[in-house]
Design a protein around this ligand. Structure first.
Ligand code: HEM
Length: 544
């Protein structure tokens, strides 16, 4: 009996010792080693982070909106928080974003490595430039991409832009029975954005909005984009989630990766197969890269990374900006904007047909240029910009910011900063950009980011949006459908607040032609000009 007592007593002692030691080890690990970077002195921290998740789950389903609410509740334009085991800084004001990204650009141009996007999605093929860390290779890729999306290269894309904007106008016109029925404009803008990028990258396009491959690419593209969102990938920040059972997100990532690899390879192979058949100047980026890769010392992986970056960078951003702007213009509030834009255009051009044709090569209407800026300011497609990571240590307002910290720009808050845009920052008002001395300094808004990793295609994107909006305004009077109007609230317009790209929820619009004779004449002329768009490419009839 005594012996039994002694044994069980010593077992209890051993077990208690083990328990205490384990608890102490776990405590020391969580307290001192779990988070990658200790609290940064001099930058306020959002209170009550959880032990493992930090503030990740407290950010809810709409990270940008919660962060904006915290910034205003505490009066902290810049704060630190914990995304699981990663320390992060959130920038919520225009001045702070300029200080970090423009004035300290050399210190903030790195990007982090994320388990799901880099470790799973990009494991079998390339990542994208926009997600690559800063090194010689990324620098080279950025240089090559920059050369495709500035100055003379944009002029070379004139015919592609001509085709895709005409395809939108023509489809809206005929599919709505010349304005007699209201239609949902989303798929037309989605196809415009995808075709622009497909033509630009691979020299090919979809001529029907019902093409099954088009629909598959759109679906896969948006799933892949969701892996870059901060709100759908807890396993990137809380490591043990990666190993707990079969992670659903990882399974989806693998499935979509398989399909994506297939269609990317098919498109590149098609270009490679046609290379020798084509004479004359190489037109698509893939052609140029395949032919000139030795000149720029590019590997097959570089080529895939560049093309992946262009496709994913350009597609959803252009689509989401285009669709919400059409929604906004169609509302009651948007009617005087359409009128003002039309009058402004007609001040610069003699006829609507001249405006229709010349907008591809020049940006002459200040009001339409203002509309593009205001659309990107008020409805930035990416609300939390792709994460940056500090590349070197630097000092910000007396606080020493160490190397390796995550940095997020909250464009939703930055782009509506009342200190920069004035008391009407919460209103959509393209006219603000036309006023002399509006006093808003470059980069004017942060939809394209800023500094050393700013979007490489700012001029290209502005030109696309300018030409699209001008052609729509010259062609139609857009009015919302009373039963299915657009939601234009800057927070609630999104179909899904957890997506990294803010796509407007569904709505219908009436596209009444301003002048059918002029419109049909413009489309006929375009059809004649576009017969030789690219050899072997299926253009589509613009007149039906
Ligand atoms: C409305 C259109 C667009 C918007 C709002 C947009 C926005 C952005 C943003 C916010 C970034 C990250 C910037 C930063 O971290 O500071 C970015 C990066 C990038 N964008 Fe765009 N983008 C657009 C169109 C395009 C297009 C059309 C292309 C390609 C032709 C493109 C290619 C890229 C690339 C390659 C990067 C990666 C840059 C890097 O990390 O070094 N973007 N874009």
């Amino acid at each position: 009996m005594d012996i039994m007592f002694l044994i069980s007593n010593s077992t209890v002692l051993v077990l208690s010792g083990l328990f205490l030691t384990t608890t102490a080890v776990v405590y020391v690990y969580l307290r001192f080693f779990y988070v990658d970077i200790p609290k940064i002195d001099g930058i306020p921290e959002i209170p009550s982070g959880e032990i493992l998740a930090g503030h990740l789950y407290k950010l809810g389903n709409d990270h940008a909106t919660t962060a904006e609410a915290w910034a205003s509740k505490y009066g902290w334009p810049v704060f630190q928080l914990r995304m699981g085991q990663r320390r992060a800084i959130m920038l919520n004001s225009f001045e702070a974003a300029r200080d970090w990204m423009v004035k300290n650009q050399a210190a903030t141009l790195d990007r982090p490595w994320f388990h799901t996007f880099h470790g799973v999605i990009s494991a079998t093929s390339a990542a994208t430039i926009g997600t690559s860390p800063w090194d010689e290779r990324t620098k080279k890729q950025r240089r090559v991409v920059g050369s495709f999306t500035t100055g003379p290269s944009i002029q070379k894309l004139r015919k592609v832009l001509h085709m895709e904007t005409c395809a939108v106008i023509s489809s809206l016109y005929y599919d709505s029975q010349k304005g007699r029925t209201d239609i949902m404009p989303h798929i037309y803008q989605e196809r415009l954005a995808l075709n622009l990028m497909m033509m630009f990258c691979y020299g090919t396009r979809f001529s029907s909005v019902e093409d099954p491959l088009l629909l598959q690419i759109l679906k896969d593209g948006s799933t892949i984009a969701s892996f870059r969102s901060t709100s759908s990938n807890a396993q990137d920040f809380i490591p043990h989630l990666r190993y707990l059972g079969e992670n659903k997100r990882t399974a989806t990532a693998k499935e979509v990766r398989g399909r994506r690899d297939q269609w990317l390879a098919k498109m590149l192979d098609n270009v490679r197969g046609n290379l020798n058949l084509r004479t004359g100047p190489k037109k698509s980026v893939a052609e140029m890269l395949l032919v000139d890769s030795s000149k720029d010392d590019l590997t097959e992986l570089d080529i895939k990374t560049i093309l992946g970056g262009l496709m994913s960078g350009g597609f959803e951003t252009i689509y989401s900006t285009a669709i919400i702007t059409i929604g906004m213009l169609s509302t009651l509030q948007g009617q005087p904007m359409q009128q003002e834009a039309y009058e402004d255009i007609m001040k610069v051009y003699d006829t609507p047909a001249d405006a229709f044709n010349l907008c591809l090569t020049e940006e002459k209407s200040p009001y339409v240029m203002g509309l593009v800026k205001e659309a990107l300011r008020f409805f930035p497609p990416l609300k939390l910009l792709p994460a940056r990571q500090t590349y070197t240590e630097f000092v910000y307002q007396g606080a020493t910011i160490p190397k390796g910290v995550l940095v997020y720009m909250n464009t939703q808050a930055i782009n509506r900063d009342k200190n920069t845009y004035g008391p009407d920052a919460d209103q959509f008002r393209p006219g603000r950009w036309v006023e002399k001395d509006h006093g808003i300094p470059p980069p004017y808004h942060f939809a394209f980011g800023a500094g050393g990793r700013m979007c490489t295609a700012v001029n290209f994107s502005n030109r696309v949006l300018y030409a699209l909006f001008l052609r729509l305004i010259i062609s139609f009077n857009m009015t919302e459908n009373k039963l299915s109007p657009p939601n234009t609230d800057y927070i609630n317009y999104k179909r899904d607040s957890t997506e990294s790209n803010a796509i407007a929820s569904k709505f219908k619009v009436n596209f009444t032609p301003r002048d059918t004779a002029v419109l049909e004449q413009c489309l006929e002329q375009a059809q004649d000009e576009l017969t030789d768009l690219l050899p072997g490419v299926v253009a589509e009839p613009l007149i039906r």
